[in-house]
Structures are given as C-alpha cells and as structure tokens.
Ligand binder design. Sequence first.
Ligand code: PEP
Ligand code: MN
Length: 333
Amino acid sequence: MIAVLKQGTTPEQTEHLIKWLKNMSLDVHMSQGKEVTILGLVGDTSRVDIELLKSLEIVATVKRVSEPFKQANRKFHPNDSVISCGDVKIGGGNFAMIAGPCSVESEEQIIEVAQAVKAAGADILRGGAFKPRTSPYAFQGLKDQGIKLLLEAKKATGMPIITEIMNIRTLELFEDVDIIQVGARNMQNFDLLQELGKTKKPILLKRGLANTLQELLMSAEYIMSEGNENIILCERGIRTYETYTRNTLDLSAIPVLHELSHLPVVIDPSHATGRAALVPPMAVAAAAAGADGIMVEIHNNPACAMCDGAQSLTPEQFNELNQRVQKVREVIK
Ligand code: PEP
Ligand code: MN
C-alpha cells in the first residue's frame, strides 16, 4: 500500500503519521521526491483502515499495491534509483560500461585486460574469481587468489571492480570489492540474497536462466527486505527453444523492468548470445532500448581463454563497441 502526502506536509506531521503506521507493525519506506512524498507500507496492510488513512488532513491519496514486490516497485519510489560505486553511478541517466574477462586467470592477464578496457572507456572492471561451471571438472576460478588479483588491477587502474559470490561463507573476501554479482544460477538462492541484504554493498542481480521478470524482482525484494537497496538488475539471456545462440536476449526486459521498478537495468550480451560476433549489435540495441549499462566479456587472447572464449571480444573490438554504444546514447538522449 502507498500513501501519497499532500504538498506542504511538515516533517513533524510526516513523522507523526509514520509512528502511527509503525504501531500497526508495518514497515514504512519514505520516498521523498521534489514534489511528492510517498510512504510505502510493507506488512499486513489489512490492519490499515484505508478510509481512515485517506481522511487524514495530510494524505492526498492511498492505493493498494497489487504486485508482490513492494520496495522494488516503482509505485513505492517513482524516481529512478541511482547506484553509486566509487565515482561511477548507474541509473537515472547514468550509464556504466562494465568490461573484463569471464575469469581472472593470472596477474598478467587481468592487469593487461584492465588497462586495455580502461583505455577504451570502460567504467568498471569485471572478472570472475568464483566460477559457477556446469561441469565440476571445468576450471572453477582462482577463488580467493582471483579476488586478490582483481584488487591489484583495481589499484593499478583505479577502476571499481565487480565479481561473483557463490557462497556467503566467502563474504569477507569481498570487503574491497565494489559490486557483488549474484549469478543467474543463484538468483533464487534466497539464503544468499537475504545475507547480502544485510550488507550495504551494491549487488548486481542476474536474471535466472528460466525466470520471469516478476521472479527477478521478487529476488531483488529479498535483498531489499533486509535493508540493502543498492541493487542493479541484469538481463543475461534466458533459455528458449532456440539453440543457435547460447541463450535468447530478452531486450524487452529493459522497458518492462523500467516500468515496474526504479532499479537500474544492465544488459549482458556476452552470456546472452555466446558468440563474439553477436555481442556488439546486441550491446548497441540494448543502449538504444534504454539500458543503464552493459556488461561484456573481454579477453586479451580469446582463443586461449580458460572460460567463455567464444563470446569474448578483444580489447580492440571492445574499443569499437564502446564508441558505437556512446554514439547511440547521444542519439537517444
Ligand atoms: C558471469 O557473469 O561470469 C556469469 C557466470 O554469468 P551468468 O550468471 O549470467 O551465467
Ligand atoms: Mn562468462
């Protein structure tokens, strides 16, 4: 349920109303826009006498929110959320280019790629340390050593870093990581989501291979319900009957998620297509459709990559892609 307050309501009146609502065991989330203040109520709202609430002098309107996601809902928070990590902002008109290898493989590799993508205009460095692989015999990532190398690349380039967490027991290794990624396979690992909700770290939450957009928003809600509102949603392709591409990129997720939610939306065309040649056109299309950022896999020698070489671009290809994306951004402004 949301209550929109009338213009001119004083902070004391708002505070008084919040106290009254909290006494009904409700959580109250305030969204203060330039013109309106909205109180979002979470909990058993059947306790609220809606007619009584509407009749209060400071209340303009009261509406029930029918969707099961509340804090992620744009009705609770009409303005776009802007997620900050270091000097980089994502959302609300701020666009971030995230680039780097699928996995951190060695010091030389991650430093070389980091410097190359930075020179080509990337804002954030990606690199997997803990890798969720389909086969237990495949390379599983350098794990804690991988995070150490990423931190070295962060020091060498000044770029914020993003890397995936698979198990909450490793959380302390992520202290200096700027954005924690929850991969597609863990989108509904609710225990993990709740624990990440107790941190203040920005979380990039990837859509599961076979999950609906509503389920993605419900997973965001799991994190937000524990107090962490710093969430970036990521569409990375879903499984369909098409086998030519690794997955099927659902670009309509961008306007749909923007309509339903205030959280920023990033597109990962690398995992979505699985083929390097398809990554630039899909990245350009994502920018045209209003994405708040793009995350792409880059390798200095894709043919020798330990993971996802077929979908990795070279730094030179990334440079060209980034220029095209920036041109599209200018056009749609
Ligand atoms: C990744 O980004 O490295 C990754 C494993 O992606 P996804 O979870 O989308 O498969
Ligand atoms: Mn990958």
